[in-house]
Write a protein that binds this ligand. Structure first.
Ligand code: ZN
Length: 90
């Protein structure tokens, strides 16, 4: 597992009029991945997701970053989220 410093974890707080949602992004060497405790949008996760208990390095990094509060937090609107979402999901 690579050290956290090689990656960046970003917490996005997306605020709308009636709801607020959270998204976690891990900036890796090959791109930005949308990550949660049990999901990652990276290729290796999607390839292996049927194997129970498998975690990719991004999920491990997210868990580590949440534990030590080592992440950047951003508050954005739903309009900004729609634009960013296209870069996160592929
Ligand atoms: Zn991943």
């Amino acid at each position: 597992m690579e050290p956290i410093s090689q990656f960046l974890v970003k917490k996005y707080v997306i605020k709308g009029e009636n709801k607020t949602i959270l998204r976690w992004i891990v900036v890796g060497t090959e791109g930005d991945y949308l990550v949660s405790e049990n999901y990652c949008s990276c290729y290796s996760f999607i390839q292996k997701h049927l194997r129970i208990g498998d975690e990719c390095k991004h999920i491990q990094l997210l868990t580590a970053a949440q534990k030590c509060n080592e992440y950047d937090e951003f508050t954005i609107s739903f309009e900004e989220y729609e634009i960013l979402r296209r870069e996160w999901l592929f």
